[in-house]
Design a protein around this ligand. Sequence first.
Ligand code: ADP
Length: 624
Amino acid sequence: MTPSRPPRSFMLRLLLVLLPGLLAGLMAYRLFMASELDQLAEANDARLDFYRSSLVQTLEEFRLLPGVVGLDGRVRGLLARPGDGDLRDRVNAYLEAVSQDPAIQFVFLLDTGGTALAASNWRDDFSLVGKNYGFRPYFQQAMAGQSGRFYGVGVTTQQAGFFLSAPVVVDGRIVGASVIKIRLDGLEDAWRRSGDLLLLADRFGVSVMASSPGWKFRSLRPIPEAGLAELSQTQQYLYEDLAPLRDALGRAIEPLAGEHRIVTLDARAQPFVDPQQRARDYLLQASRLPDYDWTLLYFTELGETRSVAVTRAVAVSLATLLVLTAGLLWQLRRRRLQERLAARAALEQVQAELDARIAERTEALTEANRSLEERIAALKDAEQILTRTRDSAVQAGKLAVLGQMAAGITHEINQPLAALTTLADNAVTLVERGRGDEARENLGYISQLAQRMGRIVGQLKTFARRGEAPIAPTPVDEALTNVLRLFETRGHRPGLELSVEHRTPGLCARADPVRLEQVLLNLVTNAADAMESQPAGRLDIVTAAVEGHIEITLRDTGPGIPEDVLPHLFEPFFTTKPAGKGLGLGLAISRLIVESLDGRLTAGNHPDGGAWFRLALPIAEDLH
Ligand code: ADP
């Protein structure tokens, strides 16, 4: 494999592991987050209830107090006689006594025009006495015969508080209104100290109380024109500018009672100073206070919850990855095992097939071997038969030649013998008769005849020497040189040209030098004899190596061999030479010698004239 890119299947597998791992992580995150949010919301609901009831309790605790104040005779008297200074002092003192509870800021009495006749803070610099509150809703509600409720910033004190009012009724007639203002800053302090994030919104979506000072007097949603007009008329929030408080996307923070939702607040909307200046998610829960047309909002920062969910999701994702990877590895291992088993099975099958084929071949070979052995045996038999036949043929051939020779010799020797007997008898008679000259002449004939017989026997002797010398590598060049030298010493014939061409210098024949030289001398002498009557003649001798044999070819420029002579050329005692000159044994003996050396001696006529004789002998290879 090349080191460049991992194979596609690997990437696919990786994706198969990574994707489900990622998905599992995501799903786990959502599930964890949902369950965490549910748990958180449930816990928060309880806290929200607690804050809600403590708020309601604070507000409701003094609900009946204005009515009770209106029942006091001094109060009623002052309303009847507003100019009575003494009475006013007493009422002031009474109201001051009533406002002793720390939750109560003021208690005051308004006439039917909305002007304060007496107030618990009559001693203070910013006493309410003499101020008109006719524009305030709580006054108008009391004048309408109802108990009034109103949250607002004090026009005189510029402190926010909750106003409770009740009409003072004398003889079925409303003569004034008694009002108390309850402090809520203690409750707000408690909120702040709790560390919880709370916000109380009125019907316009204006935050009137908040655990964080930054969140107070902010508008959670746009206030309609009519609302703005009303606010300015009642001076509910006096000079507060009601800066908008929105989520990170600029949308209204719309509380939905009984449900929870997540809002994202950016740095400007955070309930605290955020040094990281980043948007955070909050779980928002709300609880309605229908009697007051208020909504209490409860916020929980979700950073921690999120990180818990993320941590758990990562764990789930990792676990999934681990399980999937293990599964994948197991699968891979199993597949590899299967592949290995399959490979082994295939190998075994191939092995079995191979074994079968080898067995088949072995059998065929054995069969072939057997038939070969049979053939070899048959061949050996044939060879033996052949050898035997050849031996006997050779033997027969030799015997035939010997027979011929014996007949020839008998014939050749009988004649001189008979002549010898006659000549010897005649010689004896001639000596007895004293005819010495004739007797000497006879004896001369006898001597000639004896010489002739001696020559015949001499020739046969050379043949009889056969087998004496062992067969050995014989240098052909040397044998030729010896023969030519011997031929020269016997008397050079004038006009005879001799040439020797050695095409195989240094080559040796399997022969023995004496017999080889005898054959060669005979051939050279025959050629010279044939060219004797010619004024000039030429004998070419060429040696050559042909198919494991050394061929020595002698070609003369004589008359050639007559057609009728050719078939009898190698017969013993066949000669065309005059009596006394040739015996006709040379070629017969030469052929016998050559064949005894496993060679061949052949003859023929050259197309350009003259005869050729070719002697072929096996090359002695062991010398090379
Ligand atoms: P001889 O030489 O005693 O005649 P050979 O057996 O040597 O006996 O020769 C037989 C005959 O073969 C010769 O008489 C001759 O007629 C013929 N002969 C041999 N050599 C040649 C030759 N080179 N050219 C022509 N005839 C030949």
